[in-house]
Design a protein around this ligand. Structure first.
Ligand SMILES: [Zn+2]
Length: 146
């Protein structure tokens, strides 16, 4: 155990590693079973999200090998209510652990260069105490994405 920093994911559990699926997707891409158009089809919204909210990682893109990738973290869960499916920073996720009983984080890698994107990892967070989802309120953000 490292030092308990504000970003420690102390409630992390039920992790799923998608590297086999990712490798299968890459193999079928390189064999030509899947076209680059299908595999590297990050839409403009995803690319924009990666640019503004993504965390740059050191790995090179496995497809174009030109660019380092960005990782996005999405939080999903019934207890998040309308906030389910939003992009969260590592700091926000660390704070949410004691605000929600259970939610799942999905980490997606995105290449800004060629548009490759794939789910790489997911895990559950939360303190295990059930909470009712927050009441639905209309926010400016809803207007943006409506
Ligand atoms: Zn790429």
């Amino acid at each position: 155990m490292g030092p308990l920093t504000s970003q420690t994911l102390w409630s992390k559990r039920d992790a799923i590693d998608y590297s086999l699926k990712r490798r299968a997707a890459l193999v079928s891409l390189f064999k030509g079973t899947t076209s680059a158009l299908d595999a590297c089809n990050a839409d403009p919204y995803l690319l924009r999200a990666a640019k503004y909210h993504g965390e740059a990682v050191e790995r090179l893109c496995p497809v174009c090998r030109k660019a380092k990738m960005f990782e996005l973290r999405y939080a999903f869960g019934d207890q998040l209510g309308q906030y389910s499916g939003r992009i969260k920073t590592a700091q926000e996720l660390a704070e949410m652990q004691s605000e929600y009983g259970e939610f799942r984080v999905y980490i997606v890698e995105v290449c800004m260069e060629c548009g490759w994107h794939h789910l790489i990892y997911s895990y559950k967070l939360g303190d295990g105490k059930y909470r009712k989802p927050p009441r639905k309120v209309r926010t400016l953000e809803d207007e943006d994405y409506a």
